[in-house]
Ligand binder design. Structure first.
Ligand SMILES: C[S@@+](CC[C@H](N)C(=O)[O-])C[C@H]1O[C@@H](n2cnc3c(N)ncnc32)[C@H](O)[C@@H]1O
Length: 223
């Protein structure tokens, strides 16, 4: 029997759609989920932490939900930043189609759900929000992050949520070693919420210093 993963391009499992409610302090919406797509049963706890605790996104420009799944992050970005264009990318075709459908159903006309290679070449992001696919393996994860972080604007930043036991701290150190400034915004319930700034000169004030920012920057090379 072939293993099936939520990050397969074409999930082998049959479709079993259901509806879940996403309730956040400022917005709520209904999401259709499906088998073969990440977190069919409920909004993932890490995703919820990101959606509750991330700083407000830029009010305009291009934003990215990296690894969109059913589209919860894209829809939250679109609702909170209606003048922006929100790109939602995923390697899973069922996920991209679901995000497109969920965006339309929720009236988010500013969401563009695409496969990674279908992003127009000239797009640069003011913010990237992601619950990244740790389970694809370290090499693939690193390659994916470098590909998309490279598309940040000079003052752009990413917000990533990662479980501590899945390597959040070593990922933060690795990103620091790549020249990014990594700040820990929150540490809660086994998750780390990381802010990744592209430009070292543009350090962000949105840090929760008590959460141990310095521990995230161990790998940052001296300027
Ligand atoms: C942890 S899930 C998060 C899904 C959704 N954002 C959420 O929070 O519910 C990570 C997603 O990344 C996608 N993914 C895996 N490899 C990818 C890649 N190379 N580029 C873009 N997305 C990828 C997976 O298919 C999966 O949908």
């Amino acid at each position: 029997m072939t293993d099936s993963h939520y990050f397969d391009a074409k999930p082998a499992v049959s479709s079993h759609r259901r509806s879940i409610e996403v309730a956040l302090p400022d917005i709520s919406f209904t999401l259709i989920t499906d088998s073969g797509v990440f977190s069919r049963e409920h909004l993932d706890a890490g995703t919820k932490l990101l959606l509750v605790e991330a700083p407000d996104p830029p009010v305009s420009g291009h934003l990215l939900d990296l690894g969109c799944g059913a589209g919860a992050i894209a829809i939250a970005l679109a609702r909170r930043s209606p003048a922006s264009t929100v790109w939602a990318v995923d390697v899973n075709e069922r996920a991209v189609a679901l995000t497109d459908e969920n965006s339309i159903t929720n009236g988010c006309v500013n969401v563009r759900a695409v496969l990674p290679d279908d992003l127009p070449e000239d797009v640069r992001f003011g913010a990237i929000w992601s619950n990244p696919p740790i389970r694809i393996g370290k090499a693939a994860l690193h390659a994916m992050l470098l590909r998309w972080l490279d598309l940040l604007t000079d003052d752009g930043y990413a917000v990533l949520v990662v479980q501590r036991h899945l390597g959040a701290d070593s990922l933060a150190a690795w990103l620091g070693g790549q020249g990014f400034v990594v700040s820990r915004l929150r540490a809660r319930a086994g998750y780390r919420l990381l802010r990744v700034d592209r430009n070292r000169a543009e350090r962000s004030p949105n840090r929760d210093d008590s959460a141990g920012v310095d521990a995230c920057n161990r790998g940052t090379p001296a300027p």
